[in-house]
Design a protein around this ligand. Structure first.
Ligand SMILES: [Zn+2]
Length: 466
């Protein structure tokens, strides 16, 4: 059996790993590589193998850096099944369609520039129609149910507790007389997060492919995050300001809405208007609503005791649909909370809200996710004195708060704990660290070696016999 790493190798984007066994080629994840425009386009367009030669694909979760290149894979001739959990399948329906639209408008933008330089137009990486087409390849499975992937290959999903439907997987491979059990952690979530269950590590595997995003960092606890959120809202309400929260449409938005709902119910914050202004968030929230099988015991209990309550909607909360409604928020007086995408404030409706709020010291910007270098989100987080929005400079006078406690990723302690739990089965001996920049990944190595494990940190394109 051979493993090859073709994405999220020594970086955090473009998750894609190839498993070659018994003459078959199986793919684990098919993520979008996200980075500089030209490099990303080329890398996503050209697969390092023939999509027609693949026999199966197992998907860990719906985040774009894990599922986002699937429409392109199918467009280029992949005809096999895409195994995913029920939640991941439904999230992908909403998210890949949205991604298809983004690729269409990206290509339009690039082609306008190319036309000025007399260059021929490029095709979008994939279109909305390609995204719709690839949904026909999905074969959905519940958690903890074994399914056949190909000759001599079986797999099972375990709840990764990262976003709705997220999974780690155990792949059991029969190679002649030998049985190898391979684990892939996917992205590992955190204990005690709102809505979702705690991560369930994969079991009894010989070899583990494990994420390492935050291998060198400890997060705030969910309780600390909730305290900070409550304090900030009360401060801003007292000065009648607005709070703008740039948040990705998937996961973070639903989590913040849930937390605000709980705070309002317990009297921790006053009843102020809360607006969720992101069309994709609306679709994704509907998917969260129809998958109660992914909720944790606390959320189920809340629903049992509060039949009339809606988890993701309450009296003061409104989902904003049209652009007109979105713009109307600018003229409204605070206090209010606006949650809007994109999460790094690079695009989307959140830009209008930031433009209209950051110059007033009564207002606040709340950062709840990782911000890539050079993004507007990062500049706000670094409290730069002046920032550019739509090409114009604005002074940053609003308060800026950062809460790291809403990360959907395991921190250093959780990652080491995950490996320790997997190793308790006694079979695990090799770990391949993926989905991590060099610093955090390398910081994990000594702790994993102490557990008696051999640790690899594969480069892009590197292959290993296991
Ligand atoms: Zn993820």
């Amino acid at each position: 059996m051979r493993l090859e790493f073709w994405g999220a190798a020594q970086t955090v984007t473009g998750s894609m790993h190839v498993l070659r066994v018994n003459g078959s080629m199986i793919l684990l994840d098919c993520g979008l590589f996200q980075g500089r425009r030209q490099e990303s386009y080329e890398r996503n367009l050209n697969f390092p193998f023939s999509p027609k030669a693949l026999e199966g694909l197992i998907l860990s979760h719906a985040h774009m850096d894990h599922s986002g290149n699937l429409p392109n894979l199918v467009k280029q001739g992949y005809t096999g099944p895409v195994f995913a959990t029920n939640g991941t399948r439904d999230l992908c329906a909403a998210m890949l369609a949205d991604s298809g639209k983004i690729h269409e408008s990206d290509a339009q933008y690039v082609n306008k520039k190319r036309a000025q330089q007399n260059l021929p137009p490029i095709e979008p990486l994939y279109t909305l129609q390609d995204a719709v087409n690839c949904m026909n390849s999905f074969v959905a499975s519940g958690y903890d149910r074994q399914f056949a992937v190909g000759p001599g290959i079986k797999a099972i999903f375990r709840d990764a507790g990262h976003i709705l439907g997220s999974a780690g997987m155990e792949v059991e491979i029969q190679e002649g007389a030998r049985t190898v059990r391979l684990g892939f952690s996917g992205d590992i979530g955190r204990k005690g997060m709102a809505i979702l269950r705690d991560p369930q590590p994969v079991r009894d595997v010989d070899v583990l492919i494990m994420e390492s995003t935050y291998g060198d960092r400890l997060h705030e606890t969910p309780e600390q995050a909730m305290d900070k959120l409550r304090n900030l809202i009360n401060q801003v309400v007292a000065r009648r300001g607005k709070i703008v929260i740039p948040a990705f449409a998937v996961g973070r938005t639903q989590e913040i809405v849930y937390e605000l709902h709980q705070l309002a119910l317990k009297g921790g914050i006053p009843h102020i208007p809360i607006f969720v202004d992101s069309p994709l968030a609306l679709g994704v929230t509907e998917v969260y609503r129809i998958h109660p099988e992914c909720y944790d015991a606390e959320t189920r209990q809340f629903l049992l005791e509060n039949h009339e309550q809606d988890l993701f909607g309450f009296k003061n909360m409104q989902y904003v649909r049209s652009t007109e409604e979105s713009k109307a928020l600018n003229a409204m007086e605070g206090p209010m909370v606006i949650i809007s995408a994109s999460g790094m404030a690079e695009a989307g409706r959140v830009l209008h809200h930031l433009k209209n709020t950051i110059t007033d010291p009564r207002n606040a910007v709340l950062i709840v996710g990782w911000q890539a270098p050079n993004t507007l989100g990062r500049k706000l987080m670094d409290r730069e004195h002046r920032v550019k929005i739509f090409g114009e400079e604005y002074p940053l006078r609003a308060q800026v708060e950062v809460i790291h406690g809403y990360s959907a990723h395991a921190d250093r302690g959780d990652l080491i704990d995950y490996a320790r739990q997997v190793q308790q089965g006694g079979r695990l001996h090799k770990v391949f660290l993926v989905h991590g920049e060099p610093e955090p990944a390398r910081a994990l190595v000594p702790a994993l070696k102490k557990l008696g494990l051999t640790v690899y940190y594969p480069a892009n394109g590197e292959g290993f016999e296991v």
